[in-house]
Ligand binder design. Structure first.
Ligand SMILES: [Mn+2]
Length: 289
């Protein structure tokens, strides 16, 4: 592997400040702007603020899907503009804006094309982009991370990896072009971008391996899956805040204290760390701070 082309695929956040953690946006500008408002408010308040985007920034609903399910798909796909906005944000402050790779994003930089709303969503999106927007897609996703660690005890990824990872730093050796990897690193690439869930014992073994080779982690926080409730936790070692696939009022993100020590996913409380993206009228506590 040539050093000149080496791009790290992992990140360790510092043990200070606050982090916003948001999952799949799939071209939703309204959700992005609400999160951006919160990020900017934290900075104005003098906090050291980090924002971790857990991947799948692109590929919004088709017109047919919006007609079929307007409560969930209540927005026009703004994938090209969203990519440009996130790239601009990361360029301006790469130390505080962390973009993880989702399976939909991966299709643009060496992964297989997805086909949720169109037979080939990669071709469909790039076909409606300007050349500058196509370059932005390649830059944003070509430099995306596969995982990050929040030292408050959280392992962050797009999907739910199994426990084949040996050392956390092995992820740094993964190439995004699937065929450029040996079998182990190809497995890691798939494991961090594709599985929807794992039994608790598997996730616990993964957390132990990451803890032994990097920093102590006690829960996996990921995106990739839908839930109309706006978040879910299948077991104490896993939690997912949901934007895409939830009605607007239910959509959640996490806001965590990086200097805290969360014992596991049960320490993340709805209304405190697990927050609604949009204010809910008539329901006090939408933003408890
Ligand atoms: Mn996904």
């Amino acid at each position: 592997m040539s050093e000149a082309w080496w791009i790290p695929r992992t990140r360790l956040l510092p043990a200070r400040g606050r982090a916003l953690i948001s999952a799949d946006l799939h071209g939703s500008m309204v959700d992005f702007e609400a999160l951006l408002g919160r990020f900017e408010a934290l900075r104005r308040a003098g906090e050291e603020a980090h924002w971790v985007l857990l991947g799948d920034l692109v590929h919004g609903p088709s017109e047919a899907a919006r007609a079929r399910d307007p409560a969930i798909y209540d927005y026009e796909d703004a994938s090209p503009a969203l990519v440009e906005a996130v790239l601009e944000l990361r360029r301006a402050d790469p130390e505080h804006v962390h973009v993880l790779l989702g399976n939909h994003d991966h299709g643009h930089v060496g992964g297989p094309p997805t086909r949720k709303f169109y037979p080939d969503e990669v071709t469909h999106l790039e076909g409606r982009c300007t050349s500058a927007q196509r370059a932005a897609i390649r830059e944003l996703f070509g430099e995306a991370l596969l995982s990050a660690i929040a030292p408050c005890g959280l392992l962050l990824a797009h999907a739910c990896p199994d426990d084949r990872l040996v050392r956390f730093a092995d992820l740094d050796e993964v190439e995004l072009v699937v065929g450029a990897n040996d079998a182990y690193h190809r497995h890691l690439l798939g494991a961090f971008t594709r599985p929807y869930g794992q039994p608790e014992a598997v996730t616990r073994r993964l957390l132990e391996k990451v803890s032994a080779s990097a920093l102590p982690v006690r829960a996996l926080v990921h995106g990739h899956e839908r839930d109309p409730a706006g978040w879910y936790s299948e077991h104490p070692a896993q939690l997912s805040p949901v934007i895409f696939g939830a009605p607007r009022a239910a959509r959640r993100y996490l806001e965590v204290d990086l200097s805290a020590e969360y014992a596991d996913a049960r320490a993340l409380r709805d209304g405190i760390e697990i927050r609604r993206i949009h204010e809910v009228h008539g329901e006090p506590g939408g933003d408890p701070r």
